[in-house]
Design a protein around this ligand. Structure first.
Ligand SMILES: [Mg+2]
Length: 270
């Protein structure tokens, strides 16, 4: 398991951290859908960022608040004890991509109440992120948010982090017609909405399973890996099949700084 650990000393260097088993054309247990030559990361035109646990650390006390409110919502609506509700919450998250999708599919729940309830949290626990702010300011290209949460939640998180000025658009779970990552349909919808070429775009995520459909579309993928991720055991990502993960970092700001600092290749001579 965790084959990636062998590469840890080079995690944060975008020039060297391409995983050897992500090489184009090389078999990675059937997961390598990487048929497209990818441009250098400092020449990409579009950057698609996940929100929660990607733009702020998974160790923040923000997401646990959402977790607790999901459990309470399920307990109240389905008349379950908190332990039963928690088990169901995590089962749906694992099987459907989001807990909400499971509640809609299995129980026919309406999404609006759920989203309003679970995102009614104290966003002030998030600290401003000046280093990420500077890294995003220096990074060329259009930046977008692609989240399984709501747009209102994304706006509050970005405002609290001091990052809202960087993002040209937010694609939330409503825009995705409640089809969550990692289901491929919502990636197609997102690309169509923002009208960009996936082969000149990157996707940045804390859950590596959510990067697979992006890589299949030709996007360059960046996994923000965190040892203390609260959902690591729930999601049970398959670390033996990571052909869809092109870059790994445990420090997004530093990684973006390195992208910006990497000299561009001189134009080819005809
Ligand atoms: Mg996330």
């Amino acid at each position: 398991m965790l084959q990636v650990l062998a590469y840890r000393p080079r995690f944060n260097d975008p020039k060297t951290l391409r995983l050897p088993f992500a090489a184009p054309g090389r078999s990675t247990g059937g997961m390598n859908q990487d048929h497209h030559p990818r441009p250098p990361v400092n020449q990409l035109e579009t950057w698609v960022f996940d929100l929660d646990n990607t733009l702020y650390p998974a160790s923040s006390s923000l997401f646990p608040q959402i977790d607790v409110r999901m459990r309470q919502f399920i307990a109240d609506r389905l008349g379950l004890g908190l332990d039963e509700a928690f088990a169901l919450q995590k089962r749906y998250y694992r099987e459907f991509g989001t807990t909400l999708r499971g509640l809609m599919t299995v129980h026919g729940m309406e999404p609006a109440d759920f989203l309003a309830y679970v995102h009614d949290i104290d966003h002030s626990v998030l600290e401003a992120a000046p280093r990420l702010d500077a890294a995003l300011a220096a990074l060329p290209g259009r930046k977008l948010i692609f989240t399984n949460g709501s747009e209102r939640h994304a706006e509050k998180v970005l405002a609290q982090l001091g990052l809202e000025r960087h993002f040209a658009g937010i694609f939330d779970i409503v825009a995705a017609r409640f089809i969550p990552k990692p289901q491929s349909e919502c990636y197609d919808l997102m690309v169509r909405r923002f009208d960009f070429d996936p082969r000149s775009a990157a996707m940045v995520e804390d859950l590596q399973r959510n990067l697979a459909p992006a890589a299949a579309l030709g996007m360059t993928t960046v996994w923000v890996r965190q040892d203390d991720h609260p959902d690591a055991r729930v999601v049970m990502d398959d670390h033996d099949h990571m052909g869809h993960v092109h870059h790994i970092t445990d420090d997004l700001s530093h990684w973006l700084e390195q992208v910006v600092a990497t000299p561009k290749a001189p134009p080819s001579v005809r």
